[in-house]
Ligand binder design. Structure first.
Ligand SMILES: NC(=O)c1ccc[n+]([C@@H]2O[C@H](COP(=O)([O-])OP(=O)(O)OC[C@H]3O[C@@H](n4cnc5c(N)ncnc54)[C@H](OP(=O)(O)O)[C@@H]3O)[C@@H](O)[C@H]2O)c1
Length: 260
């Protein structure tokens, strides 16, 4: 089978320093794409640029919570890295697994600023050129947490529900253009996600994956590549991906509330 070529693509990835974003960078580069790799950790970006080669990799430190930051990066792109043909809105995080009464408001705001406003900022900065060029693809990384609730998922799940609906509404607004939009919704995946969620507690993070065979970052990169490589007349709206070891639980029923 011939390898699908991305050599006409310039792909902007948020959160390329780790996990899904980094795996996407490696796989899409291997298929010939030029990449604009972003994230807050410059050292990780530089390592990846050295690994892949600077000819087809432009890096830029980006904190998606900073208003105006994406616009500046886009305005400063070398001409060889413009126009962007695919935007992968991947940067995101969860903080904590506490139940609502015990959550930190600062954590909630940080998660909203990253997972919701970050996607809005990148999309707002990059989509108009795609529309003007009549060509482009926006891939958002949502989560099964945007559809299925779980204790402690509170604001994280809420932000991913936003991402899901925003993706569908983008499609509605882009009707009549050839621009494609996909929301990829992974389940349990082993990346730095849980280390970040538990604020550096590696043991606690490891315990989440103990005895499981979770999704790997490379599996999501393959899913992204599969979406991009569909013919131009096909739009994948949403994809839910779970490891086989993960499924749904029963509704919780509290039998001690009777008569209270
Ligand atoms: N792993 C899972 O189980 C899972 C499941 C479903 C969905 N997801 C979603 O998948 C996406 C990627 O997560 P992952 O699993 O690959 O986790 P990860 O390994 O922790 O990667 C997260 C990436 O997001 C970047 N990031 C975080 N805050 C940022 C900010 N303010 N500005 C710019 N970049 C930021 C990080 O880069 P820097 O720290 O360098 O900025 C990092 O590259 C997230 O949206 C996450 O919600 C993950």
């Amino acid at each position: 089978m011939t390898k699908f070529s991305l050599k006409n693509h310039i792909i902007f990835i948020t959160g390329a320093t780790s996990g899904f974003g980094k795996a996407c960078a490696r796989l899409l580069y291997a298929h010939g794409a030029k990449l604009i790799l972003t994230g807050r950790r410059g050292e990780k970006l530089r390592e990846l640029q050295v690994e892949l080669g600077a000819d087809r990799v432009h890096i830029a430190e980006l904190d998606v919570t900073q208003k105006g930051a994406v616009e500046k990066i886009v305005a400063d792109l070398p001409s060889a890295f413009s126009p962007i043909t695919v935007l992968i809105n991947n940067a995101g995080l969860a903080l904590g697994l506490e139940l609502v009464p015990n959550c930190s408001l600062d954590d909630w705001e940080h998660v909203v600023d990253t997972n919701i406003k970050g996607i809005l900022r990148c999309t707002h900065a990059i989509l108009p050129t795609m529309v003007a060029n009549k060509s482009g693809y926006v891939i958002n990384i949502g989560s099964i947490a945007g559809t299925y609730p779980y204790p402690g998922g509170n604001v994280y799940g809420g932000t991913k529900a936003f991402v899901k609906q925003f993706s569908l509404n983008l499609r509605a607004d882009l009707f009549g253009t050839p621009i494609r939009v996909t929301n990829i919704e992974p389940g349990l995946a082993e990346t730095e996600f849980s280390v970040v969620r538990f604020k550096g507690d590696e043991e606690k993070a490891k315990s989440i994956y103990a005895g499981t065979e979770p999704i790997l970052a490379e599996d999501i990169a393959e899913t992204v590549l599969w979406c991009i490589s569909r013919p131009a007349h096909i739009n994948i709206n949403r994809i839910e991906v779970m490891p086989t070891c993960q499924a749904f639980s029963m509704f919780a029923i509290n039998r001690s509330l009777l008569g209270k």
